[in-house]
Design a protein around this ligand. Structure first.
Ligand code: RNT
Ligand code: ZN
Length: 415
């Protein structure tokens, strides 16, 4: 224990916070690590351009192009963040062996056996995402397509993913969050907003219709306001996502890059929790658009973490990360974002929420503001260092040395 930690522990004790308990609690919060930061959302089944109105920018060398490389990179990231993790996979990361290949509608658990092995060895659960983009049948609408052949293809994909999700849960013993997000939408003003949404609802009903174990798989639906080339209309809007999820008893997923720029997810969490048993989040950073920048320890990130913790419902909230920056070292990008969200959770856990709530309820707004501001300079950094040390990871920026070494020894040797 460092002198800094001992001082910090006392300081927090004076406001009723037990830092040792917080450290133990933080270790147990599972953060779902998205595999797609490692290869710019390319995957292993189709090597074409990323589609679906999302975009990775930058050309930093050393991206993973094989399952072995991606797994090795994920391991590096995991070694740099203390605490529980889940692995968040997309269907396009299926691993085919011996020249075999299967299209999205024919994917089977066996195509993910390697990932299961990987996760089990590391004691992690797996979350899953059907991939409704970067595919020849995803040039236009997918689950909302008026073309029955195409719509059915994607329904079969969703069903295949549901079976794979159940397989993940069975194998790892940890429930799997299967998140449905479709890029469907129109660049310009549609004549018919209704029909695509009706078809989307029908399609998801057909996917869920095959039945699944609701204790093992939590199906989530991610909404979005717009995408590149899909500026005027997205089928899976916020109202659609919320209405559908609540009416079907599945989980709404909010990605904080998926709203109008002045809307904040931190303000939405409490409302959602009032009406939904569970809530799923994609934590990202949107800079002027849904740009998926690396998460920083900025105000909104901290506010999201605060709402999660202050709600008292952290166990009902599935936290996943969703960003992809190709302009800087990808391992560092991944790690910075992951550690930042973990830091935001720590800061939230070091906050005397009950006391602050009481000030609000008693209309003591001056004191509330004073306390909120003073808390900002409390020594959470010393608690963070102690947390990292107890988890066996580096508590300072020195972790970057590991990344430099990995870049020199591994990344720079990639084609
Ligand atoms: C896209 C959504 C979605 C994707 C991933 C790759 O806007 O945020 O979650 O980022 O599925
Ligand atoms: Zn997302």
């Amino acid at each position: 224990m460092t002198q800094e930690y001992i001082i910090a522990k006392e300081k927090y004790a004076s406001i009723g916070i037990d830092t040792d308990k917080v450290i133990e609690k933080l270790k147990e919060v599972p953060v779902s690590l998205h595999c797609w930061q490692g290869d710019d959302v390319v995957g292993f089944d189709y090597k074409g351009a990323l589609s679906g109105g999302i975009q990775t920018t930058g050309n930093y060398p050393g991206k993973a192009t094989t399952p072995a490389e991606l797994m090795s990179d994920i391991d590096k990231v995991l070694s740099l963040d203390g605490g529980k993790h889940k692995l968040n996979l997309h269907a396009c990361y299926a691993i085919f062996e011996d020249g075999e290949w299967a299209d999205r509608d024919a994917l089977e658990p066996k195509h993910f056996a390697k990932w299961v092995e990987f996760a089990k060895e590391r004691g992690m659960g797996i979350d899953f995402n059907p991939t409704f983009f970067s595919h020849p049948k995803a040039n236009g609408l997918t689950l909302s397509s008026p073309n029955e052949e195409i719509r059915k293809f994607w329904v079969r994909h969703g069903q295949a993913c549901l079976r794979i999700s159940e397989y993940f849960a069975n194998e790892t013993g940890v429930p799997c969050v299967m998140n449905i997000w479709i890029p469907d939408g129109y660049k310009d003003i549609p004549a018919d907003r209704f029909s695509p949404r009706a078809r989307f609802a029908q399609s998801v009903d057909e996917i869920l219709g095959i039945g699944y174990d609701k204790e093992k798989v939590y199906v989530a639906l991610e909404s979005k306001v717009f995408g590149i080339g899909l500026e005027s209309y997205t089928v899976g809007s916020s109202e659609f996502g919320l209405g559908f999820a609540l009416s079907r008893g599945i989980t709404p997923l909010m990605d904080n890059g998926h709203y109008h720029p002045t809307e904040v997810v931190s303000d939405k969490i409490s409302s959602m929790l009032l009406f939904s048993k569970k809530l799923a989040l994609h934590v990202t950073r949107a800079v002027r658009w849904d740009s998926d920048h690396v998460i920083r320890l900025d105000d909104e990130t901290k506010e999201i973490a605060k709402e999660i913790v202050a709600s008292g419902r952290i166990d009902d909230i599935a936290i996943a990360l969703d960003y992809f920056d190709a302009s800087i070292n990808r391992i560092a990008a991944w790690t910075i974002g992951l550690r930042n969200f973990r830091k935001a959770l720590l800061i939230a856990m070091l906050t005397p929420h009950d006391e602050l709530k009481k000030l609000q309820a008693e209309d003591r707004y001056t004191e509330l503001m004073l306390k909120q501001e003073e808390l900002k300079s409390y020594p959470w950094g010393a608690v963070w260092q102690e947390y990292c040390e107890r988890c066996g990871v580096c508590g300072t920026e020195v972790w970057f040395d590991e990344v430099v070494k990995y870049e020199n020894e591994v990344l720079s040797k990639r084609a």
